[in-house]
Design a protein around this ligand. Structure first.
Ligand code: ARG
Length: 477
C-alpha cells in the first residue's frame, strides 16, 4: 500500500497542463527548469504579484477581502524569502520562480491562489521581475561600488600631489605627468560608467504589466487596467508603450551587460598598468598585502592576483554580452523560450562586477608609490624633448624645423650617453642660437608638467581644479 501522503514529494504547482494528455517528459522537465537561477527574482515576483492583486481587485475579479488575504500571504512569504537564502528554493518541484511563488501561496490561502494569475502571463511577469531586480539588485549596488572606487582614486591622488611619473604612449616614455593626473584619467572612465548605468536604469525603469502574453490585457475591456497606478506602486517611472515589444525586448539587459563590460574594460586597463608598474622592472608602486598573494614554491614572490583576476574576469563578462546579443539576434516576435537564457549572463555579470569594484577600491586604497623611481624614470630619456621644440617654436622657428633640431639633439645625446640633467646652455646653443637660459629649467620633468596649464592638462593648478570638480561631482551623486 502507498505510504501516507505526507511522505510523498509535494506535487509541483503548474501554471498550465489542461491541454495535455500526458505529463511532460523528464528530459524536458529537467532541461527547462529555471528555478535554480531565477529564484533571485522571488522578492520582485512577490511585489509584482501584490500590485497585480490590487489591479485584480480594481477589476472586480477579487473582492476586497480576497485582496487583503492574498496581500497578507504575499507579505508573509516575502518575509520568509528575505530571511532565508537560496537554500529556501533548493529541491523545489516547480519549474520557475513564478510557479514557485503561487505554489507557496496555495499552501497559505488555498484555491484563492489560483485566481491570482487571472489575465496575467509569465511573459510580462518575467519582464517586470527582471527590470525590478536589475534596478535594485544590480544597477544601484554597482553605482554605489563605483562611487567608492572613484572616491578612493581621488584620495590616492590627494595623498601624492607632487609625484611625477612618465606618461606613456606605445608603452614608451612620452611626457611627464602628475600621478594625480594619471589617477584622474581612471576617475573619468568610471564617471562615464556611472553615468552609463544611470541610462541603463532609465532603460529598465519601464513597467510592462498589462501586456498579457503579447497582445495586451483583455481583462474587463470596459475598465482596462490602470497601468500607471501599477507602475507607481512598483516604483517605475513609465509604462511600456507596446505590448509586443514589452514582452520580447531585452535591451535593458543588454545595456547593463554593455555597461558592465565597459566598466570591466576600464578596471582591466588599470589592472594591466599596475601589474606592470608594480613589477621589479618598474618598481613604481606596491600594493598592500591584503590584495596580494604569494607563491607555494617561491618564498620571495608577492603577486598581483587581485588585479589579474579582475583582468581575467573581463573576458568572461564580455562573453556574457556576446551570449545575450546572440540569443536575441534573429528571434521572431514576440516571446520565445530562448529568452530564458537572458538571466544567467546578467546575474553573473552583476555578481562579478560588484565584488570586482570593491576589490579594485581596496587595491587603490592600499597602493603606496615609489616617488623616486617614478621621478627617475620621468627624468631619464628626453621626455622634455617636446618642451625644447616648443621653446624654439615660441621664438619664431617653424615647429617642423624645431622638431628636426631637437631630434638631432636627442640622437646625439643618446649616443653620448647624455641625459637632460647633464646638458648645459652651451650644449643647447650648439643646436640653435635661439636657446637661452630660460630653456634650462625645461630639462626637468617638473617644468614639463608645470607648463601644461590648459584645462584638463597635467599642471598642478589644472589638476587641483580637476580634483575640486571631482569632489563636487561625488558629493552631488
Ligand atoms: N522561465 C521563463 C523565462 O525565463 C518564464 C517565462 C515563461 N513563459 C513561457 N511562455 N513559457 O523566460
Amino acid at each position: 500500500m502507498a505510504k501516507a501522503s505526507s511522505d510523498q514529494p509535494k506535487p509541483a504547482y503548474k501554471l498550465w497542463g489542461g491541454r495535455f494528455e500526458k505529463a511532460t517528459g523528464e528530459q524536458l522537465e529537467a532541461f527547462s527548469r529555471s528555478i535554480q537561477f531565477d529564484y533571485r527574482f522571488a522578492l520582485a515576483d512577490i511585489r509584482g504579484t501584490k500590485a497585480y492583486v490590487r489591479a485584480l481587485q480594481r477589476a472586480r475579479i477579487l473582492t476586497r477581502d480576497e485582496m487583503t488575504r492574498a496581500a497578507q500571504a504575499l507579505d508573509s512569504l516575502a518575509d520568509e524569502v528575505a530571511g532565508s537564502g537560496p537554500k529556501f528554493f533548493e529541491g523545489a518541484p516547480e519549474e520557475d520562480v513564478h510557479s514557485f511563488v503561487l505554489g507557496k501561496l496555495r499552501e497559505r490561502i488555498g484555491s484563492l491562489a489560483d485566481k491570482l494569475h487571472t489575465g496575467r502571463s509569465r511573459n510580462e511577469q518575467v519582464a517586470v521581475d527582471f527590470r525590478m531586480w536589475l534596478k535594485d539588485d544590480a544597477i544601484i549596488p554597482a553605482q554605489k561600488a563605483l562611487r567608492e572606487l572613484m572616491a578612493a582614486l581621488v584620495a590616492a591622488a590627494e595623498r601624492n600631489m607632487s609625484v611625477v611619473l612618465p606618461g606613456y604612449t606605445h608603452m614608451r616614455r612620452a611626457q611627464p605627468v602628475l600621478w594625480a593626473h594619471y589617477l584622474l584619467a581612471y576617475f573619468e572612465m568610471f564617471r562615464r560608467d556611472y553615468e552609463r548605468l544611470e541610462r541603463c536604469f532609465e532603460a529598465a525603469d519601464v513597467m510592462p504589466l498589462g501586456s498579457g502574453a503579447l497582445a495586451g490585457s483583455g481583462l474587463r475591456p470596459e475598465r482596462p487596467m490602470d497601468r500607471e497606478a501599477v507602475a507607481k506602486e512598483l516604483g517605475f517611472s513609465r509604462v511600456s508603450r507596446n505590448s509586443m515589444d514589452a514582452v520580447s525586448e531585452r535591451d535593458f539587459a543588454l545595456e547593463f551587460l554593455f555597461a558592465a563590460s565597459l566598466c570591466f574594460l576600464h578596471m582591466s586597463r588599470l589592472a594591466e598598468d599596475w601589474i606592470i608598474y608594480s613589477s621589479e622592472e618598474f618598481a613604481f608602486l606596491e600594493m598592500g598585502d591584503e590584495v596580494s598573494t604569494g607563491s607555494s614554491l617561491m618564498p620571495q614572490k608577492k603577486n598581483p592576483d587581485a588585479l589579474e583576476l579582475i583582468r581575467g574576469k573581463t573576458g568572461r563578462v564580455l562573453g556574457h554580452l556576446m551570449a545575450l546579443a546572440t540569443t536575441v539576434k534573429g528571434l521572431p516576435l514576440t516571446y520565445n523560450r530562448d529568452l530564458q537564457e537572458d538571466k544567467e549572463p546578467v546575474f553573473d555579470a552583476a555578481e562579478q562586477l560588484i565584488p570586482a569594484l570593491k576589490l579594485a577600491t581596496q587595491v587603490v586604497s592600499s597602493v603606496s608609490v615609489n616617488a623616486d623611481a617614478m621621478k627617475n624614470a620621468a627624468s631619464d630619456g628626453w621626455l622634455c624633448a617636446t618642451d625644447l621644440a616648443e621653446f624654439l617654436a615660441a621664438k619664431g622657428m617653424a615647429f617642423h624645423e624645431a622638431h628636426q633640431i631637437v631630434g638631432k639633439l636627442v640622437l646625439e645625446s643618446l649616443r653620448a650617453g647624455r641625459q637632460p640633467q647633464d646638458c648645459t646652455l652651451n650644449d643647447l646653443k650648439h643646436y640653435s642660437p635661439l636657446f637661452d637660459k630660460n630653456a634650462l629649467p625645461l630639462l626637468t620633468p617638473e617644468a614639463g608638467v608645470a607648463r601644461r596649464t590648459v584645462k584638463g592638462g597635467t599642471s598642478p593648478a589644472s589638476v587641483r581644479e580637476a580634483l575640486k570638480e571631482a569632489h563636487r561631482w561625488l558629493n552631488a551623486i
